[in-house]
Write a protein that binds this ligand. Structure first.
Ligand SMILES: C[S@@+](CC[C@H](N)C(=O)[O-])C[C@H]1O[C@@H](n2cnc3c(N)ncnc32)[C@H](O)[C@@H]1O
Length: 325
C-alpha cells in the first residue's frame, strides 16, 4: 500500500516551488480545490492514469478520509495538500504549472461579512492566471447560481481569462457528496468554466517569484534573552496580516526559541523562531523542527524580530515592536 507520506505532501518540507509532476507521469497536472471526501479526485485519477492530480483541502478529517480512498484505489497519481488552497496557489506552485483547476461546491459563505472567506475572494483571478498554463481551465460547479455568477463576473474582467461555458445541470462523469445532497433537495447545479489565454501584451505572465531568505543576521547586543523576553505579548502587522510573540525559551548557551502566533486573513499558525547568538552577531531563523507556511505574517514576524534585536543592539537597550493594529 502506498505510504501516507507519499500521498500527503507538506510543501514546507519540499523544494520550492513544489514539483507538481511528482508522479513522473508525462500527462497533464490538475488541482482540485476543497476535495471533501476525495471521491471526485479519485474518480478522475482512476480514469486518467497518465496524468497527475493534486487536491487541496482545509479540513484534516477530509484529508484523512481522502488519503484512505487513494490508498484503497491503489492510485499512484494523486497527491494531497492540507491547508488553504489560496495559500498554495499564491505561494507554492510554479507559474503556469497547472493544466486545470476544479472546484466542486465550495462553501459560498453567503453572508456579506464572511465574503472574504470565499476561496474566490481577493486576487483569485490573478492566481488562476498565474498558475494555469495557456489553454488551461478553471471549472467551478456550484448549487448557488448567485455564487457562480459572482465568480464569472470576477473572472470576466481579467485579460488573461476567457469564459468558455456556463451550463445548468450539465451531464457529469461523476458526482460528489454535496452534489448528490443538493440534487436530492431538487436544486439545480451550475457549471462555469474559464480558459487561460495564451500570453498576450495585456496578459504577460507576471515575473516569477523569487524565494526570500528566511533568516537574518543582526549585530549582537548585550542580552538577546532580555531583549526577547521584553517582546512577550507584543506583535505587529496590519489589517489581516498580524503576529504576536509569546514565550521565550533560552538555553543559557546562546540558543533561544520564541513562540509566535500569526494570522493571514484568518489563517492562523503557531510556531517558533530561533535566535542563535554567535561570536559577533545573532542569526534569526526558522528552526528546522518548526515548519510554518511562509506566509506574509511569518515573514513579517521574522523581520520584525530581527529589527527588534538590531535596535536593541544599537541603543544598548530593548527595541520596541509596534503593537498589532
Ligand atoms: C461544501 S464542501 C464540498 C466538498 C466536495 N468538493 C464535494 O463536492 O462534496 C467544501 C469543501 O471545501 C473545503 N474548503 C473551504 N475553503 C477552502 C480553502 N480555502 N482551501 C481548501 N479547501 C477549502 C472545505 O473544508 C470543504 O471540505
Amino acid at each position: 500500500m502506498r505510504p501516507i507520506e507519499d500521498i500527503l505532501i507538506l510543501p514546507e518540507r519540499e523544494p520550492w516551488p513544489l514539483l507538481l509532476r511528482k508522479s513522473g507521469k508525462a500527462g497533464g497536472v490538475f488541482l482540485e480545490i476543497g476535495f471533501g471526501n476525495g471521491e471526485y479526485l479519485v474518480h478522475l485519477a482512476g480514469k486518467r492514469p497518465g496524468e497527475t492530480f493534486w487536491g487541496a483541502e482545509m479540513s484534516r478529517a477530509c484529508v484523512l478520509r481522502a488519503m484512505k480512498r487513494v490508498q484503497q484505489a491503489g492510485l499512484d497519481n494523486v497527491f494531497l495538500l492540507c491547508g488553504d488552497a489560496r495559500f498554495f496557489l499564491a505561494e507554492c506552485f510554479e507559474q503556469g504549472a497547472l493544466d486545470g483547476i476544479y472546484m466542486n461546491f465550495p462553501c459560498p459563505w453567503p453572508k456579506r461579512r464572511h465574503s472574504k472567506r470565499r476561496v474566490s475572494a481577493g486576487g483569485f483571478a490573478d492566481e488562476l492566471a498565474r498558475n494555469l498554463k495557456p489553454g488551461g481551465f478553471f471549472e467551478l460547479v456550484t448549487d448557488e447560481e448567485w455564487y457562480g455568477r459572482e465568480v464569472e463576473l470576477a473572472l470576466s474582467d481579467h485579460p488573461a481569462l476567457v469564459k468558455e461555458r456556463w451550463a445548468v445541470n450539465p451531464p457529469r462523469s461523476a458526482t460528489t457528496k454535496y452534489e448528490r445532497r443538493w440534487k436530492a433537495l431538487g436544486k439545480d447545479i451550475y457549471l462555469f468554466r474559464t480558459i487561460r489565454r495564451g500570453w498576450c501584451p495585456d496578459c504577460e505572465p507576471p515575473t516569477p517569484k523569487e524565494e526570500e531568505p528566511m533568516h537574518e543576521v543582526v549585530p549582537r547586543g548585550d542580552s538577546a534573552a532580555d531583549a526577547l523576553r521584553a517582546l512577550y505579548g507584543q506583535g505587529g502587522g496590519s489589517g489581516e496580516t498580524i503576529w504576536i510573540y509569546k514565550k521565550t525559551f533560552s538555553s543559557g548557551d546562546g540558543l533561544h526559541l520564541i513562540e509566535v502566533v500569526t494570522s493571514d486573513d484568518g489563517f492562523e499558525q503557531k510556531f517558533f523562531l530561533q535566535v542563535v547568538e554567535r561570536a559577533s552577531n545573532c542569526l534569526v531563523k526558522i528552526p528546522p523542527h518548526s515548519v510554518p507556511f511562509r506566509t506574509k505574517s511569518v515573514k513579517g514576524a521574522l523581520r520584525a524580530l530581527a529589527d527588534h534585536l538590531k535596535s536593541g543592539a544599537s541603543s544598548g537597550g530593548d527595541g520596541a515592536v509596534e503593537p498589532p493594529a
